[in-house]
Ligand binder design. Structure first.
Ligand code: NA7
Length: 529
């Protein structure tokens, strides 16, 4: 592979793969570096039992190629991790992507030479590559968060993190297992681990809201119907706030203004339909605490009706704002706690004291186990970016983000010229269908570099004022909502010491419009040379 290209792309998940394809189609040369030994990104690593996407498979897929869209057959309403990984591999084969991807290679640093207007990218084997553009496609949930519990490394059994699961799988049959955490990964894996394990002990810091997936096989008729109207579905999804779910449109009235019986019927209907659209019932559910309480209380009642032991039901019942932490989509999560081989330990007030050689200690009590599953999430959105030592002419990424991430449009950072971030902080990213957001960013970046080539421009950099205004705007939007009211990973609150900044921007459709306008206005807010 040539070590001097137009663009170096970091990461071969859905973002990196499409970026490579899109640049090639415009006649640019590009090279991708990827730590794993194959494509797939998040879906390469997250192989824990029950791992699935919580956006429906017919929507969580690329739209850029109608042929790909027509030929690929999803089997279930929500695709499993193995199926999504097979899809990523199919895309890599179909578009012959692998010849420009260096696998098993981690980018360590990148240095911008302002005179040459080129990045020098250094990898962990010491080799270098040179490129005009550096495109970060490192993923939002790819840097695992493994809490530094005292004694963690003294445990003599087997430990796993859901985000870096062994490729051969793990058989928990007959084992005593601890799961730490109750976010999406835990909610998906707990029902399956419970069926295998001799005993499962779940350590919960914050109770979780989960809505049923009602997963099922897709019928041929359903698939044919979507495939016949795929263009319309994709276009309609891009007009939503989340980039998916246009088939189950968001209500435009407020929950507080609806009669209780009407509200109840709406929640029942959405609960029966299953999935994340539960929170789309009313326009104000994430804006007004009173409204949110009505949706939260409906779920709390389902939990109390499902979980037989009163004390366990109490512990499993969340008290915070529903949707403030990402809503989970489950299959039998709460009912799993009715099993005689499952126990729930509250670590909200008495945190995990220590990991001992034989298990987990909380409040002086030892829970002896054979295996510990850390379902403790990720250093989201910034973790993987900050692991790369990226240096602009005067400032490094680490310095630029000392007080939390700052970007213009979630796409560029002042001080780091010719560098783009796909689904970076300050863009809708994790609050949306990630593939919709990825496609929108890839196409924007592609069009931008094509425009630069046409105009004979070699250097692009976000302007400080535009970036400051954008950061203020992202904060203002977040502060109009209930999102900042809980300790979510959207705020970086799950990682000790991380600066609290609400990182994603709410609202896909208005954001896409802003990006279009910036480009139409001659890339307003960017300086060119
Ligand atoms: P999440 O959603 O960040 O969940 C991590 C869980 O781990 C959550 O319940 C945390 O409790 C818990 N946690 C984290 N640190 C600790 C410590 N120190 N002690 C006890 N418990 C802890 O990660 P997931 O992998 O489940 O899901 C990530 C995203 O992937 C998800 O939102 C989907 O988009 C897909 P907390 O809530 O912080 O109190």
């Amino acid at each position: 592979m040539n070590d001097s290209v137009d663009a170096v792309i970091v990461g071969a998940g859905f973002a990196g793969m499409y970026m490579l394809h899109a640049l090639r189609e415009q006649g640019f040369t590009a090279k991708v570096f990827e730590v794993a030994d194959d494509v797939g990104g998040t879906w390469y690593w997250n192989r824990y039992p029950g791992a699935r996407c919580d956006v429906e498979s017919l929507e969580y897929s690329y739209s850029f190629s109608p042929e790909l869209e027509q030929e690929w057959e999803w089997t279930e309403r929500y695709a499993t991790q193995p199926e999504i990984l097979r899809y990523a591999q199919h895309v890599a084969d179909r578009f012959d992507l692998r010849r420009d991807i260096c696998f098993n290679t981690r980018v360590k640093s990148a240095d911008f030479d302002d005179k040459a207007t080129r990045w020098t990218i250094t990898t962990d084997d010491g080799s270098t590559a040179h490129a005009q553009f550096l495109i970060m496609a490192v993923g939002c949930l790819s840097s695992t968060n493994l809490p530094d519990f005292p004694g963690r490394d003294t445990f003599t059994g087997d430990s796993y993190h859901t985000g870096t699961w062994p490729h051969d799988g793990v058989d928990f049959t007959g084992k005593r297992v601890a799961v730490i955490g109750t976010g999406s990964s835990a909610v998906q894996s707990i029902p399956i681990i419970a069926k295998q394990a001799a005993h499962l002990t779940v350590f919960q810091r914050t109770a979780t809201y989960a809505v049923p997936a009602h997963n099922r096989p897709l019928t041929a008729a359903e698939m044919a119907e979507v495939k016949t109207h795929y263009r319309e579905l994709r276009a309609a999804n891009r007009l939503t706030m989340t980039g998916y779910g246009s088939r189950s449109p968001r209500g435009d009235t407020n929950a507080v203004d609806s009669a209780p019986a009407e509200r109840e019927a709406e929640y029942e209907r959405r609960w029966a339909a299953g999935g994340l659209s539960y929170l789309g019932g009313y326009a104000d559910l994430l804006l007004n605490k009173d409204s949110n309480d009505t949706a939260a209380e409906f779920i709390r009642r389902q939990i109390r009706a499902t979980v037989k032991d009163h004390a366990t039901a109490q512990l499993l019942t969340p008290t915070n704002v529903v949707g403030c932490k990402r809503l989970c989509v489950d299959t039998g999560y709460y009912a799993t706690f009715n099993r005689p081989n499952v126990s729930l330990i509250d670590v909200s007030e008495q945190p995990i004291e220590q990991i001992t050689p034989t298990g987990v200690r909380v409040d002086g009590v030892d829970y002896d186990v054979d295996c510990i599953v850390y379902a403790t999430g990720f250093d989201a959105m910034t973790g993987s970016l900050l692991k790369i030592n990226a240096n602009g002419p005067e400032i490094s990424l680490q310095q630029a983000w000392e007080a939390g991430p700052r970007t213009y449009l979630g796409l560029a950072i002042q001080g780091l010229p010719n560098m783009f971030t796909i689904s970076g902080p300050g863009s809708p990213s994790v609050l949306t269908n990630m593939i919709t957001s990825i496609e929108q960013h890839v196409e924007w970046i592609r069009d931008c570099v094509v425009a630069m080539r046409e105009r004979g421009m070699r250097r692009i950099e976000a302007e400080e004022q535009a970036q400051d205004e954008w950061v203020d705007y992202v904060n203002m939007v977040a502060n109009m909502t209930l999102f900042p009211t809980c300790n979510s990973w959207y705020l970086g609150a799950n990682v000790p010491g991380k600066t609290r900044v609400f990182m994603p921007l709410l609202g896909f459709a208005p954001y896409e419009q802003q990006c279009i306008e910036v480009a139409a206005d001659g890339y307003r807010g960017f300086a060119f040379a």
